[in-house]
Design a binder for this molecule. Structure first.
Ligand code: AMP
Length: 292
């Protein structure tokens, strides 16, 4: 069944209030639309965990920088609503910019610099301020018990978890692994910007991360050497690398032995900015555990 399509706050609140009064559990999946299987996996997971599923579709202007792709970001509402009908979404929340940001001068959150100022945040100044600001608005508008996000946007996921913790927001955050094309390319609305030849090169980003993760897990200690050769291989294949980092999965600072670690990369390939990330399997220490 097609979801109810709502673009006004009063109508949204009428539905959510009715569901809450009936004791139903609400899940929210925030998206910018142009839905693909990555988004739909989040909706299916939401369906399993809640009685009612709200999917927001909003291309958020405050997370795009000057000269980025806000204007040409693909907007495909009719197809999105069809896709949502197939996975059991109850309500599509599709606000206009004015409904999301009603004031001429909006209140905006500032995402903390140590997490938000590196990786994607260093390449896209202010991006994560826009992300956390719109996500907080969505949480306030919908009032979900649970919201689901993809690991595809790993730094975003981390910041949202921190925001929920820091502001004591009354909901749970759940993450799902990245959904990929058969050749390993992480699904993304921006993949359609790629020309056919660029599309053929694009899976190299994932292959490179997978190879680096395997080398690190096997104990190769020469990260600088591994990184330099991976970077130049990507550049030779037509990528313009923005970052390629091996970090602690909680703090995004230098990796700490024995703690969860992540490899993250961003690169331009022609007109598309691609991002990807993978966990680095943590090596178990060979030393016996200290007696407790
Ligand atoms: P977006 O529409 O790009 O803002 O993404 C909306 C949500 O879908 C975010 O939580 C993303 O992390 C998630 N997402 C996007 N692409 C994928 C993917 N390939 N696999 C899993 N989740 C994804």
């Amino acid at each position: 069944m097609k979801p109810i399509q709502v673009s006004g706050l009063a109508e949204l609140s009428a539905h959510t209030a009715r569901w809450r009064a009936a004791g139903e559990r609400l899940a929210l999946v925030p998206t910018m639309g142009n839905l693909h299987r990555g988004h739909l996996a989040l909706v299916e997971a939401a369906r399993r965990r809640a009685d009612r599923v709200v999917v927001s579709i909003f291309v958020n202007p405050t997370q795009f920088g000057p000269g980025e792709d806000y204007e040409r970001y693909p907007r495909t509402l009719a197809a999105d609503l069809e896709a949502l009908a197939s996975v059991g979404c109850d309500l599509a929340w599709v606000p206009e910019v004015r409904a999301m940001y009603p004031l001429a001068h909006s209140f905006m959150l500032k995402a903390p610099e140590p997490l938000a100022g590196k990786l994607c945040g260093a390449c896209r100044p202010g991006h994560f301020d826009g992300v956390v600001s719109v996500v907080l608005r969505l949480f306030n508008q919908v009032g979900p018990d649970l919201a689901l996000f993809g690991e595809k946007d790993f730094q975003q996921l981390l910041l949202i978890r921190r925001m929920v913790e820091d502001l004591a927001l009354p909901l749970a955050i759940e993450a799902l692994p990245t959904v990929r094309e058969d050749d390993g390319l992480a699904m993304s609305s921006r993949n359609q910007y790629l020309a056919p030849e660029q599309r053929r090169s694009a899976p190299l980003l994932h292959r490179t991360l997978a190879r680096l993760a395997a080398s690190l897990a096997a104990g190769d200690a020469d990260w600088a050497g591994l990184r330099a050769s991976a970077w130049s291989e990507l550049e030779s294949a037509g990528f313009s690398c923005q970052y390629l980092e091996w970090v602690d999965a909680e703090t995004l600072a230098d990796p700490v032995p024995g703690q969860a670690q992540r490899l993250l990369a961003a690169a331009l390939l022609g007109p598309a900015r691609l991002i990807d990330n993978l966990p680095v399997p943590v090596r178990q220490s060979a030393e016996p555990a200290a007696p407790s």
